[in-house]
Design a protein around this ligand. Structure first.
Ligand SMILES: NC(=O)C1=CN([C@@H]2O[C@H](COP(=O)(O)OP(=O)(O)OC[C@H]3O[C@@H](n4cnc5c(N)ncnc54)[C@H](OP(=O)(O)O)[C@@H]3O)[C@@H](O)[C@H]2O)C=CC1
Ligand SMILES: CC1=C(/C=C/C(C)=C/C=C/C(C)=C/C=O)C(C)(C)CCC1
Length: 329
């Protein structure tokens, strides 16, 4: 009897959330206020990280900028300060667990408050063929460490703060709010050829986000801690320079402007949306991957030229390495 009642409730929930999802496409829910939040962004010196910092500051938040590259990180801080915002920079390699914990401690001591929002954005790509042994083993490991393990060290540290709040700081428990943003990729939802290491790291980041989200939902005391998974298609930041699909397909699916990508991600974050694929059309291959037979997906990938989309990217990286623009293996 209880089982049947539970099943009825579950089905009502399913219908309700499906209807709500449809309604949200036409009627945007209210956005939350992030002014006064302390937002930590990893990879803040890079294309998307910098824009995230500027967006949050524009909305009245204070930002803590982490990057392995002190110079680009400072450049982001300068832009933020010029816009009248508050930025605090820390040179941190997110793959170094101990250094991450030390930096988190320093942030807490320096600012006298806890980080309330975290954007796990730092990422790398080798841009060489793993299966051809063009990528040194330590570079494969680095991709996994930055794009996946880093999320653990940075988030766990922040998560521990939330737990500490709940255990030791009842007034903060009453506030019960926070947000963990995982910047993954559409390549964490469906894969393409020649980027095995990158796809593995992004699929792992998606798994990390999903499990964490489920975990936060198991405790009522944590229901104010939100999560958002950001899965962009190719963005014009230079990270995947040269990556191309079939010319005709590019008319529908062009590389994203970094500013557009971050604005879309912010829209999702501000309404506590758990997942956003940018642009929306990329939900189709995500769903198709699960619904269509494998060979049917392969046929569409071939037709769209997405099976070989990384060839020109790898060639670009090779010539960059040959010109000394990036470090060769
Ligand atoms: N560009 C694209 O097409 C897409 C990107 N993404 C994801 O978006 C995120 C941002 O990418 P994007 O802005 O384009 O890339 P960028 O290379 O411009 O930015 C990444 C930043 O992360 C920093 N970083 C690298 N390793 C570490 C580390 N160990 N610790 C701390 N910081 C580190 C980089 O420093 P340095 O420059 O010194 O390496 C850089 O400043 C990444 O996670 C990426 O995977 C997702 C979909 C598409
Ligand atoms: C595989 C694939 C496609 C191409 C995807 C590409 C080219 C993604 C590039 C993503 C990048 C660079 C992400 C970085 O994190 C299409 C055309 C959507 C069709 C479905 C299958």
């Amino acid at each position: 009897m209880i089982f049947l009642m539970d099943m009825q409730m579950m089905m009502l929930d399913v219908v309700y959330f499906m209807l709500r999802g449809c309604l949200r496409i036409v009627m945007r829910p209210r956005t939350k206020d992030v002014s006064g939040e302390l937002v930590l962004i990893t990879g803040a010196g890079g294309g998307l990280g910098r824009l995230f910092a500027q967006e949050f500051v524009e909305l009245g938040a204070e930002v803590v900028l982490w990057d392995i590259n002190a110079e680009t990180n400072e450049a982001t801080a300068k832009l933020v300060r010029e816009a009248g915002g508050k930025a605090h920079t820390y040179t941190v390699d997110v793959t170094n667990r101990d250094k991450v914990y030390q930096a988190a401690d320093r942030v807490r001591k320096d600012l006298g408050r806890d980080v309330t929002m975290l954007v796990n954005n730092a990422g790398v790509v080798a841009g060489r063929r793993v299966m051809e042994r063009d990528v040194p083993d330590d570079m494969v490991e680095r991709t996994l460490k930055v794009n996946c393990h880093g999320h653990f060290w940075v988030s766990l540290e922040q998560q521990l703060q939330f737990i500490t709040k709940l255990a030791f700081l009842p007034q903060m428990k009453a506030n019960n709010h926070g947000h963990i943003v995982t910047v993954a990729s559409v390549l964490g939802l469906f894969a393409t050829a020649f980027v095995e290491d990158y796809c593995a790291s992004k699929f792992a980041a998606v798994g990390f986000h999903e499990s964490l989200t489920h975990e936060l939902l198991t405790e009522d005391d944590w229901d104010g801690v939100k999560t958002t998974l950001v899965c962009p298609y190719l963005v014009d930041t230079g990270m995947f320079e040269g990556c191309r699909i079939r010319e005709e397909a590019e008319l529908v699916l062009t590389a994203l402007e970094p500013g557009y990508c971050v604005k879309q991600a912010m829209n999702a974050i501000l309404i506590d949306q758990p997942l956003v694929c940018i642009p929306r059309i990329t939900y189709i291959p995500f769903i198709a991957r699960a619904l269509l037979p494998w060979d049917a997906n392969v046929a569409t990938y071939r037709f769209l030229g997405s099976d070989k989309c990384m060839h020109p990217f790898i060639e670009t990286m090779k010539s960059k390495a040959a010109n000394g623009a990036i470090k060769a293996a």
